[in-house]
Design a protein around this ligand. Structure first.
Ligand SMILES: [Fe+2]
Length: 354
């Protein structure tokens, strides 16, 4: 947080749940990952619970993530120190380490909805009931495919990006972009700690990504459609976007499945440092859910589309770092991101005051 003698403001709240990884990343091995500036090691205990510790062996400071998991303990890859999931020393061949009571810091960690969530802040406040309910992840009526990017940008730039989809017309012109997006004004609303940006386009040609999705639902793909985008931000880094197209005049969002292709763009964003983040992305859909090949095809298209964002965001971050303190414009299309940043600032101030 400190640059020279100058103290900078924190940019992420700590008393909240963040996605740290997916369960497959810690299957039978430890994972080192930086979350909110903290170097963590994540692993599974003998009982199959998830555990998160400082990635720091108390013996000589080696990263525990370079070690192995044996019988639910993490074994340092340097000299073999064994650590319990609660951060206490569990033993070391030829040494009496039980007298070193201090151990290392552990963090509340929970596996839920296909993700591993960690709480980097005050552990007594960590209530698993506050983990967002991803209803699609526990329903057989939905299919999901996704992935993970590490992006060298402030996590709030990615939130801005997802709360202002006019960029699709430029960044994603060959897949989901179309001129009707920027021609249609969005509506922005804040309710409590949630921000919603909605855009409805009527009687327009479906762009290539959505033509392919309509084909994937085995319905007509080259006729005029109604299209919608409803972006919902909840802190610290969740943006769920209801997206879809339906044959024009068939009820839009509420059109029956034989006239519609729709889903939720899933965006779970975790700060790594102040200028880099982890982006857990994906798409949940509630049509033709048994078609695994369609899930793969949508994931591949989404990966290509989000790679276009990645390049723009990292370049934008470099320019911003070259121009510290420079004021930027705020247009009506930026309202979603502006509200999201305000909510994050309020949470950070409340934590700092407490
Ligand atoms: Fe994008």
């Amino acid at each position: 947080m400190q640059a020279g003698s100058e103290v900078t403001k924190p940019v992420f709240p700590e008393n909240t749940w963040y996605v740290a990884c997916t369960p497959d990343e810690i299957e039978g091995k430890p994972l080192g990952r930086v979350v909110c500036g903290i170097s963590l090691v994540l692993f599974k205990t003998a009982e199959g619970q998830v555990a998160a510790l400082e990635d720091f062996c108390p013996h000589r400071g080696a990263p525990l993530s370079l070690g192995t998991v044996q019988d639910g303990l993490i074994v340092c890859g340097y000299h073999g120190m064994r650590m319990n999931p609660d951060g206490q020393c569990a033993g070391m061949v030829g040494q009496q380490v039980e007298r070193f009571k201090k151990g290392i810091r552990s963090f509340p960690a929970v596996e839920r909805h296909g993700y591993v969530w960690i709480w980097p802040g005050e552990r007594t406040l960590a209530d698993p009931e506050k983990i967002p309910d991803l209803h699609w992840a526990r329903s057989p009526d939905w299919a999901f495919g996704g992935g993970l990017f590490n992006i060298r940008c402030d996590y709030r730039l990615l939130i801005d990006n997802l709360m202002d989809l006019t960029h699709e017309a430029y960044v994603h012109s060959s897949s989901i972009g179309q001129p009707e997006i920027e021609e249609t004004a969005p509506e922005t609303a804040r309710s409590g700690d949630c921000v919603t940006v909605s855009r409805f386009m009527r009687d327009i040609p479906p762009p290539p990504f959505w033509q392919d999705a309509l084909k994937g639902n085995n319905i007509e793909h080259d006729i005029p459609c109604d299209r919608w985008q409803i972006c919902r931000f909840t802190p610290p880094g969740s943006v769920m976007i209801d997206v879809g197209v339906a044959h024009a005049g068939k009820g839009g969002l509420d059109a029956p499945e034989n006239h519609r292709a729709s889903g939720i763009v899933v965006d779970l964003i975790t700060p790594e440092t102040e200028t880099s983040c982890w982006y857990f992305w994906g798409m949940a859909r509630n049509f033709n859910v048994k078609d695994g090949a369609l899930t793969d095809r949508i994931r591949d298209s989404q990966q290509k589309i989000f790679t276009e964002d990645l390049e723009m965001l990292e370049s934008q971050q470099r320019r911003l770092l070259e121009n510290p303190g420079r004021r930027l414009m705020k247009l009506n299309i930026d309202q979603g991101g502006v509200h999201a940043r305000k909510i994050l600032d309020e949470l950070i101030v409340a934590e700092t005051d407490a």
